[in-house]
Design a protein around this ligand. Structure first.
Ligand code: NAD
Ligand code: LMR
Length: 328
């Protein structure tokens, strides 16, 4: 393992997710014993709060935290970063859909895409958590023409983890027995969590469940609307689980997926499974050496087809909206 620190940028570092994410990163959840250098970006009014968070990071005396830099200038903070976790964006409140955040948050990702294009390391990987995550990733990607498109992804790992957890609770299986879960489409209420290709203890998950009504009327809406349920219950959006999923996604991207399993990542479509080319849509992917590939050859029945199409149609509408706003 390399002993050179990996330079990891986190935006919105003084926010709710940041307060969990930074400590997970610094304690080794992403890189184990490899040293990590944190580069933390915030808006100017949040820098004082961020200083307090950094004092707490110091106070943990993490053995593998090789340095922390904070600031409000994207080009300075992103300079030479190998991984950029773009979290900073306004969260939705009760009654809003994530797409309502497009105009409020889109502009953040034009500026950050441009800055990454200019100063990030050649091997940079960029994970977008801030909502609406898929289209924000599209905006960042479109504003960074020199960074290969496959270096951008948006977070649907939280949905993936939620789906595994719901399935485990329903069947009594351990979460570790559930493989090949897929989230298709947008990180929104139209997303399609797919049990038909998932496995529980090596058997087809839909067959193990044996209850189409539950899949259609309980499982899918529970996973797709989980973010709203948390906002309703907590009064603010998911934070620790979002941070945990952000770490899971980055770790698997950098270190690879295990044999016989895959993960869900929203990545640029090459037209696979009829998803319009160029959209950032969630797919089943395997990863190796920091690169992902979309799992090919899955049979898509009419039930799944209709749901994938509905979610990707929403992504196409979001792309049209940000094109209209001049963001891409
Ligand atoms: P938060 O409001 O607590 O924190 C956001 C932080 O971003 C704030 O500190 C703010 O100052 C900062 N910020 C705003 N503009 C910035 C900019 N231009 N550069 C750098 N920092 C900036 O919100 P949160 O709860 O941490 O959530 C952050 C985002 O993540 C929201 O958009 C939320 O909806 C999203 N989210 C996504 C998922 C997912 O699964 N994809 C899950 C949970 C939350
Ligand atoms: C989530 O899925 O919890 C986040 O995207 C926050 C939200 O707005 O739902």
């Amino acid at each position: 393992m390399s002993s050179t620190p990996l330079k990891v940028a986190v935006t919105g570092a003084a926010g709710q997710i940041g307060y969990s994410l930074l400590f997970r990163l610094a304690s080794g959840s992403l890189l184990g014993d490899r040293p990590i250098e944190l580069r933390l970006l915030e808006i100017t009014p949040a820098l004082k709060a961020l200083e307090g968070v950094v004092m707490e990071l110091d106070d943990c005396a993490f053995p593998n935290l090789a340095g922390v830099e904070i600031g409000d200038d994207a080009e300075t903070i992103f300079d030479g970063v190998n991984l950029a976790l773009l979290v900073g964006a306004r969260p939705r409140g009760p009654g809003m859909e994530r797409g309502d955040l497009l105009s409020a948050n889109g502009a953040i990702f034009t500026a950050q895409g441009k800055a990454l294009n200019k100063v990030a390391a050649d091997d940079v990987r960029i994970g977008v958590t801030g909502n609406p995550a898929n289209t924000n990733a599209l905006i960042a990607m479109s504003n960074a023409p020199d960074i290969p498109q496959e270096r951008f992804s948006a977070l649907t790992r939280l949905d993936h983890n939620r789906a595994i957890s719901q399935l485990a609770a329903k069947t009594g299986a351990a979460v570790t027995d559930i493989k090949k879960m897929t989230i298709w489409g947008n990180h929104s209420a139209t997303q399609y969590p797919d049990v038909f290709h998932a496995e529980i203890g090596g058997r087809n998950a839909a067959e193990v469940v044996g209850d189409q009504d539950w899949v259609e009327n309980t499982f899918i809406p529970t996973v797709a609307k989980r973010g709203a349920a948390i906002i309703e219950a907590r009064g603010s959006s998911s934070a620790a689980s979002a941070a945990s999923a952000t770490v899971d996604a980055a770790r698997d991207w950098l270190h690879g997926t295990p044999e016989g399993d895959w993960v869900s990542m929203a990545v640029v479509s090459d037209g696979s499974y009829g998803v319009p080319e160029g959209l950032i849509s969630s797919f089943p992917v395997t990863t190796k050496n920091g690169d992902w590939s979309i799992v090919q050859g899955l049979e898509i029945d009419d039930f799944s087809r209709a749901r994938i199409d509905a979610s990707t149609a929403e992504l196409a509408d979001e792309r049209a909206a940000v094109t209209e706003l001049g963001l891409i």
